[in-house]
Write a protein that binds this ligand. Structure first.
Ligand code: NOJ
Length: 520
């Protein structure tokens, strides 16, 4: 659908809402003029704008060309994982529509495309088997075609899915064997693709995986204990700490290998990504302010202190004592400075409430949560507009705040915002037209980008921003009804149809402002 065919009234609403938005965002004494619409040129030269996807969420072809079954295949087939029994068997059929998707990426005018490698497609049996040449061919095709079009491949080595065999043999991330398994996979990627890939992310959101897979037990392998959930096995107070420890060491070992044996000749950078909520104290009390600080430390510090400083935050050690795994001296040495950049997936802010001195839900009154209850509501009022994700609210100021927090804590290590995106609240029987006219998504990105610019102007070394997601895709527990895409995907024909936000992003990247949307 062409933007030109949109009624003028809608275009008027869009431009009005943006000029208001800018006025409210910038009416706080920052350097923007009140009417200054955000432009590409507000970002530093060389700043990478991109879009993200991940293998399980878009590829499909779950048993083709030598790929083995993954933890998510197994989970979805046995338990039924998404709403409506959805799963990623076909997903967006990206495996077969790859060239079309690269066209889309190209037409957006983005400088980088972030995608992940399916472990089971490249190494169907990990260290227990051979490299699958067809898997290598598939990713070579993506990388070569991106490079041909001048688009930077930004590669996540591991994003949730791994061969089920690791779970069956040794319980995957609960076992240190998984560290060497990952290093083998990472090295296969460096050898096969590293001549063209200049940006690597080792593991996507290990903090969120630890929580959802081993504390809440909602992601495979569904391990948890009461009161966190009803799982057949697990220990929600301890296992997330072990899983995280193995993921962090896997990152550290792969990064050491890259730094020592590949970086000089391949010339790339390697980093780690965390799921980063911003936390605000629910009241002005000293206790709640400390709780918000603890929530940040127990999420961001948990993930990034080891690969930057070489060890877990002291506050976590005090809270967990010996339950928190320890790094040996040798491990501390290679963990330290093992990330060349910090990758931030940021969507929302939450309120933080102290549990040491007031009553909290039982699941928050625990060491693993730092004795902090986090919530999206205060006195029944949400912290920002709701979305279709239960804990994601629209809070643009959180972007500046989280970037400033990371900048201060880690001495302005280079940062990338590797995910930021909006999924509109679900409307029963939403018509395609409504989905395509996604004014709210444009507002979201515009507002979060304006907030990001403020942090950059105050010195934060942020080097890129990726929209989640290029196209609607399989959203884990929520299936296909939660849509983050710039493109709508027809579930019958798999046609990709640009939403208004795709046209906006394209226009923004040409350095037009939204007011110029009339000229499209
Ligand atoms: C983070 C994850 O990396 C991605 O897989 C997910 O779809 C988005 N957030 C939205 O929840």
């Amino acid at each position: 659908m062409e933007l030109k065919s949109l009624p003028l009234s809608l275009l008027f609403i869009i431009s009005t809402c943006f000029s208001n938005l800018e006025a409210s965002i910038n009416g706080d004494g920052s350097r923007f003029s009140e009417q200054h619409p955000l432009k590409r040129s507000d970002f530093p030269p060389g700043f990478l704008f991109g879009a993200s996807t991940s293998a399980y969420q878009v590829e499909g072809a779950y048993l083709e060309d030598g790929k083995s079954l993954t933890n998510w295949d197994e989970f979805c087939h046995s338990k039924g994982c998404g709403e409506n029994g959805d799963n990623g068997d076909i997903a967006d059929n990206h495996y077969h529509l790859l060239m079309k998707d690269i066209e889309i990426v190209h037409s957006l005018g983005i400088q980088a495309y972030r995608f992940s490698i399916s472990w089971a497609r490249v190494l169907p049996r990990g260290r227990f088997g051979e490299v699958n040449p067809l898997g290598i061919i598939f990713y070579n095709k993506i990388i070569d075609n991106l490079v041909l079009k001048g688009i930077e491949p930004f590669v996540t080595i591991h994003h949730e899915d791994f061969p089920q065999e690791f779970e069956d043999r040794y319980e995957s991330w609960l076992d240190p064997q998984m560290q060497d398994e990952f290093v083998h996979f990472a090295e296969t990627c460096f050898k096969s693709f590293g001549d063209r890939v200049k940006y690597w992310i080792t593991i996507n959101e290990p903090n969120l995986v630890s929580e959802f897979a081993y504390e809440k037990g909602e992601y495979p392998p569904n391990r948890c204990s009461q009161p966190f959930g009803n799982c057949s096995a697990g220990n929600s107070d301890i296992e997330p700490l072990f899983a995280m420890h193995n993921m962090l060491l896997a990152h550290g070992k792969a990064a050491k290998l890259y730094h020592e044996q590949y970086q000089a000749k391949q010339g790339g950078l390697i980093g780690l990504v965390a799921h980063c909520f911003m936390y605000e104290p629910i009241t002005d009390s000293e206790l709640d302010r400390k709780a918000a600080e603890r929530a940040l430390i127990f999420n961001i510090g948990w993930t990034f202190d080891p690969p930057i400083f070489g060890d877990y935050p002291q506050e976590m050690r005090e809270c967990h004592g010996n339950e928190l795994p320890r790094f040996s001296q040798e491990e501390k040495d290679f963990m330290k400075n093992s990330t060349d950049f910090i990758a931030i997936n940021h969507y929302s802010s939450l309120y933080a409430k102290d549990c040491t001195n007031s009553s909290c839900l039982e699941t928050y009154n625990r060491a693993i949560k730092g004795f902090v209850e986090t919530t999206g509501e205060r006195n029944g009022v949400p912290i920002g507009d709701p979305t279709s994700m239960p804990r994601f609210f629209v809070v643009p100021r959180g972007m500046e705040e989280i970037v400033n927090y990371v900048k201060t804590r880690y001495n302005n290590t280079p940062m990338f915002v590797t995910e930021n995106g909006y999924s509109s609240p679900n409307v029963d029987n939403a018509q395609v037209e409504e989905i395509l006219n996604d004014v709210k998504r444009i507002e979201f990105h515009q507002a979060y980008l304006a907030s990001l610019v403020k942090a950059i102007r105050n010195g934060a070394d942020v080097r890129g921003y990726f929209v989640w997601s290029l196209m609607d895709n399989y959203e884990w527990l929520h299936g296909y009804n939660v849509r983050f895409g710039l493109y709508y995907v027809d579930r019958q024909t798999f046609d990709r149809i640009p939403k208004l936000s795709a046209r906006w992003y394209q226009d923004f990247l040409r350095n037009n402002s939204l007011i110029d949307i009339y000229d499209l």
